[in-house]
Design a protein around this ligand. Structure first.
Ligand code: IMP
Ligand code: MG
Length: 186
């Protein structure tokens, strides 16, 4: 029987083994960069960052806490971002004087992250860095410094491993490119 996601699948872009080995590398780099740090806070941007956070966090041996924030852009369709971003759910912890590492699934236009970073910066963390699993550099509309990038990808709509196709298929163990005709159909 065909699995539900298969009709939307153009191709598997990043398979599970490739994802996991790159995430282990990112974790190793973060361990070096934050060695000795006693107040590291990983901030996951929901919902897309959740799979990445849970795998990345288990490679980080520097003691750390985790927290979550949900942000969304509004004004256009679900698959494109605009300059209007809001915080749907704020984090619980205080970031003041903490070393904050934001963990995000994908950076597209950059509007969401620009807003999240500005919000956090106003709260005076000791440092603020950004780790994104996927980066669509060609789509960028606002300048953002990304300290850790898992994979640079082309401008294609992807889903799986935290990323959704109309809220579904976040549970897939790989990142897939969606068929453009399947997207247009709905
Ligand atoms: P930005 O504000 O344009 O950078 O958009 C970032 C957000 O849009 C991400 O956090 C995702 O939630 C969503 N997004 C952007 N591109 C994709 C994609 O290819 N698949 C799924 N979600 C995406
Ligand atoms: Mg996201």
């Amino acid at each position: 029987m065909a699995l539900a996601y298969e009709k939307y699948l153009q191709e598997v872009l990043i398979d599970e083994a490739t994802l996991q080995s790159r995430i282990a590398q990112l974790g190793a780099q973060i361990n070096l960069d934050y060695a000795g740090c006693s107040d590291l806070l990983l901030l996951c941007v929901l919902k897309g960052g959740v799979m990445f956070l849970s795998d990345l966090s288990r490679h980080i041996h520097v003691p750390h806490v985790i927290d979550f924030m949900a942000a969304s852009s509004y004004g256009t369709g679900a698959r494109t971002s605009t300059g209007s971003v809001r915080i749907d759910m704020d984090m619980r912890m205080d970031v003041k004087d903490k070393h904050v590492l934001v963990v995000e699934d994908i950076i597209d236009s950059g509007y969401t992250l620009a807003f999240v970073l500005k919000t956090l910066r106003n709260r005076e963390p000791a440092s603020l860095k950004l780790c994104a699993l996927l980066n669509k550099q060609s789509r960028r509309e606002v300048d953002i410094v990304v300290d850790y990038i898992g994979f640079d990808i082309e401008n294609k709509f992807v889903f799986g491993y935290g990323l959704d196709l109309d809220e579904r298929f976040r549970n897939l163990r790989f990142v897939a490119v969606a068929k453009t005709d399947a997207l247009a159909d709905e």
